[in-house]
Design a protein around this ligand. Structure first.
Ligand code: 5GP
Ligand code: MN
Length: 440
């Protein structure tokens, strides 16, 4: 299998598709799959830019909209995870993944999917201590705060992977696991990025959540981005398993942002699961994971202690949920190519130019109904219905006069860092003042 891997995309789809096509022509081979490790920027029109966390001078429409509208078709099957610069209003409608354009698949907050012989896992976002225990509460209209918290990886999403027992061929993240720098040429890294030194010494370069995932999953390959430098590492585990880590840069002249990786189709899939066609497939074990962890899903901003520590097994039984998955999917795990333009941005225009209304995504609704799990956005819409129409809806006892408090967490712009500037590492201004919530 030939997999093309890109670090951060920053909206440069046209350029990448052109370069991969040139590589194919020059080397007389075919690419099976293109993997993009975040900062994808699936911006459908100028209005989506209102929901992207990014200083105004970097905010640009890019070329994704042509793939969304159908003016262009992605020439390779493309999968991506979210980074810290995303059209969050669009991606929050696809928490479990889905097509953002024909042939372009977003993995969602976390996912494991199958393609040809490969089992591929991925997690979106970057680590942030203050939001990791919050629910998926972000909704429209988005504030400067929620534009940022939206891409902070939740503990729930990492927790889901701890029930994965079968081997993964590829894992994709935007950040690097914190420890990975010690398994490659660290001297080289410090030579090209000397300002990483302090963070490396204090163990803060990257995500501690991803360390736990790497030790548990031990995937054959791990692809990452975000630090804007190519870096290779080779991690050998006590049980003899190995992970080859590769981080890539972003598309700038003379940078190493694109690589073609040959991957042996593994024996991780049983004959039963192996389908050699061009479709993506759901992974049974992951579907069971989504069922056993659904009870921990929250749309509250208030941090919840619902989700157990990593390494604690979920309350529900995986084996039992696997049977339920098999009954529901009846042997048909193909991910249908069911992209359609979704409100607010359809061929006929944009029904919400100010980006204030919330929409569900049909792909998510269909998937959730089939698997029997909840969609955070549908929960948000239901909650809003209760708030705006209190007289029409009979509230249950516990919903009546509900007064919740929220902790107002204000993030600075420090998740965005100017190239080659020293990052004031992940500073957060926490306003612990308790405010009445909007539910009044
Ligand atoms: P982005 O493209 O996501 O806005 O910014 C990524 C930039 O932030 C890169 O230049 C990367 O080197 C820097 N960066 C990200 N995380 C860290 C970190 O934990 N420590 C340091 N020193 N720099 C970081
Ligand atoms: Mn980034």
């Amino acid at each position: 299998m030939k997999v093309a891997v890109v670090g951060c995309l920053h909206g440069e789809l046209d350029q990448i598709y052109q370069e991969v096509t040139e590589l194919e022509n020059r080397n007389k081979y075919k690419i099976d799959l293109l993997v993009i490790c975040g900062d994808f920027q699936s911006v459908r029109n100028e209005n989506d830019l209102k929901c992207i966390a990014m200083p105004p001078k970097y905010r640009k429409l890019g070329c994704f909209h042509k793939y969304y509208s159908g003016e262009k078709i992605a020439p390779f099957l493309t999968i991506f995870i979210g980074g810290n610069h995303e059209a969050s209003n669009y991606l929050i409608t696809l928490p479990y993944g889905g097509w953002v354009a024909p042939n372009i698949f977003y993995m969602g907050y976390s996912n494991v999917i199958r393609y040809k012989g490969l089992r591929i896992g991925g997690i979106s976002g970057i680590f942030n201590h203050h939001h990791r225990h919050c629910g998926h509460f972000e909704r429209l209209p988005m504030s400067e705060d929620t534009k940022r918290s939206a891409y902070h990886t939740r503990h729930l999403e990492a927790f889901r992977f701890m029930s994965i027992k079968k081997p993964l061929d590829i894992f994709i993240s935007h950040e690097w696991p914190t420890n990975v720098v010690h398994y490659g040429n660290l001297n080289y890294l410090l030579r090209v990025k000397p300002w990483f030194s302090a963070d490396i010494q204090s163990g803060k370069l990257g995500s501690p959540m991803l360390d736990a995932l790497m030790s548990h999953l031990k995937p054959s390959r791990w692809f990452a981005a975000h630090l804007h430098v190519r870096y290779e590492a080779h991690i050998r585990f006590d049980d003899g398993k190995e992970t080859k880590f590769l981080a890539l840069d972003k598309p700038l002249p003379r940078r190493k942002y694109l690589e073609i990786v040959d991957i042996e189709t593994s024996n991780s899939l049983t004959d039963d699961d192996f389908v050699n066609d061009d479709n993506l497939y759901y992974d049974k074990e992951w579907l069971s994971v989504l069922r056993v962890t659904d009870e921990y899903l929250s749309i509250e901003e208030k941090p919840t202690n619902l989700v157990p520590e990593l390494y604690t097994p979920p309350r529900l039984d995986m084996e039992k949920e696997l049977i339920s998955v098999e009954e529901r999917f009846k042997g048909c795990y193909k991910i249908e190519k069911s992209f359609s333009q979704n409100e607010p941005v359809t061929e006929n225009g944009d029904s919400d130019p100010e980006r204030i209304r919330n929409f569900t995504n049909e792909q998510t609704e269909t998937f959730c109904a089939k698997l029997g799990i909840r969609d955070p956005m549908s929960m948000i819409l239901n909650e809003n219905k209760h708030v705006s129409n209190p007289e029409e809806i009979s509230l249950s006892d516990d919903e009546e006069d509900e007064e919740t408090t929220v902790t107002n967490v204000t993030t600075t712009d420090s998740d965005f860092v100017e190239e080659n500037s020293e990052i004031p590492s992940k500073k957060l201004k926490i306003d612990t003042k308790q405010e009445d919530s909007l539910v009044a």
